[in-house]
Design a protein around this ligand. Structure first.
Ligand code: AHM
Ligand code: MG
Length: 340
């Protein structure tokens, strides 16, 4: 990257598209639309602490505008921007029971569908911790020219064309992955553009941080408990004992894992054998990003990206991050008892 020269996300995606003479630029344009939604959501997120002054959800502020809960606002922003996009046939959102088809002619002729979690980790808003938007882009399998169908949204992660997240942290970043790799763009507030700041991101093969809700240990099975013992054991190999970090906001925990290495886990447990996180909105996009950066993501029994979804909102356990750490976790758990 030339020092001192800002490359906007648009410039970057156009440069990438030019590497493929047959590319139509539709994916780049879709990424731009998602980036625009991210900037609009970001503007509201930055005002979250003023909610008591500007008015709560459902209240009307002094300008006569109704205040929306941030996750509803984020959902509606994405749905509307993608509806007006010329490159999206429909969406599915963690906030909606069913997928939404855009039935105008442009949308019906679009080849992509988008799934998203509009504001993941939203319980962290009140404590001013990072939150994020997660998205996944598939090429539709239904006929072009017709409205999209549920089958377009029930594709396994290994069919993803692109996936990414926008993190509203100490700065706002958009990170996205295609099969070409993973790149990160930081929002430059003075020009309102995402600019390339983290080119060709790689997840280190080894890490020293494990990340999970350790407060749930009592509910974990013997394999998971054995792995936790391993993480806390005072051995000098592999940098143990590891550090434990858990923000409780998947985007923030995964952003750290991508940059510094480590393992992020949301396991199944006795009460919830499939864990908490959603395959289509959270686990698949993160697995696609981490794998494009050289890491791995498994459910215990199989690669996350190979799971054939059967319903829009299904959950899966997830172990994701640095290749060697995830593999070691699987070995230890399998020695203890069969994987979940
Ligand atoms: P949400 O989609 O309702 O925000 O829940 C998902 C969040 C993730 O960001 C995070 O990893 C997880 O829930 C934390 O859950 P827990 O509080 O059970 O540890
Ligand atoms: Mg979520």
């Amino acid at each position: 990257m030339a020092q001192g020269k800002l490359i906007t996300m648009d410039e970057f995606t156009i440069m990438e598209t030019r590497k493929f003479p047959q590319a139509t630029g539709e994916l780049s344009s879709l990424l731009r639309d998602i980036g625009l939604a991210g900037k609009i959501i970001n503007k509201q997120v930055r005002k979250a602490g003023l909610v008591d002054i500007l008015g709560k959800h459902g209240a009307t502020n002094v300008q006569g505008e109704e205040q929306m809960k941030l996750d509803i606002y984020a959902n509606e922003t994405l749905i509307n921007i993608l509806k007006n996009s010329t490159d999206c046939a429909g969406i599915a959102s963690e906030e909606n029971d069913n997928h939404v088809c855009y039935e105008d002619t442009y949308s019906a002729n679009s080849k992509y569908v988008v799934l998203f979690d509009p504001l993941d980790g939203s319980s962290n808003i009140d404590v001013n911790a990072p939150i994020g938007t997660i998205f996944a882009i598939y090429r539709r399998v239904s006929e072009l020219g017709q409205p999209c169908t549920e089958a377009d949204f029930l594709q396994p992660g290994n069919k993803l064309m692109a996936a990414g997240y926008i993190i509203y942290g100490s700065s706002t970043m958009m990170v996205y992955a295609t099969k070409l790799g993973v790149n990160g763009f930081t929002l430059e507030p003075s020009i309102g553009e995402f600019c390339l700041s983290h080119p060709d991101m790689k997840c280190p093969e080894n890490g020293k941080i494990y990340s999970l809700n350790q407060g749930n240990t009592v509910k974990y099975d013997a394999g998971m408990k054995a792995y936790l013992e391993y993480c806390m054991e005072s051995k000098k190999d592999e940098g143990r004992p590891y550090s434990h970090r858990y923000i409780g906001s998947m985007v923030a925990d995964m952003h750290r894992t991508l940059l510094k290495g480590g393992i992020f886990i949301y396991p199944g447990d006795k009460g919830a054998p499939k864990g908490k996180l959603r395959l289509q909105y959270e686990c698949n996009p993160m697995a696609f990003i981490i794998e494009a950066a050289g890491g791995i993501a498994v459910s215990g029994a199989q690669d996350i990206l190979d799971i054939e979804p059967t319903e829009l909102h299904q959950r899966t356990p997830i172990f994701i991050g640095s290749k060697n750490m995830v593999n070691r976790a699987m070995e230890i758990m399998k020695q203890t008892e069969p994987a979940i």
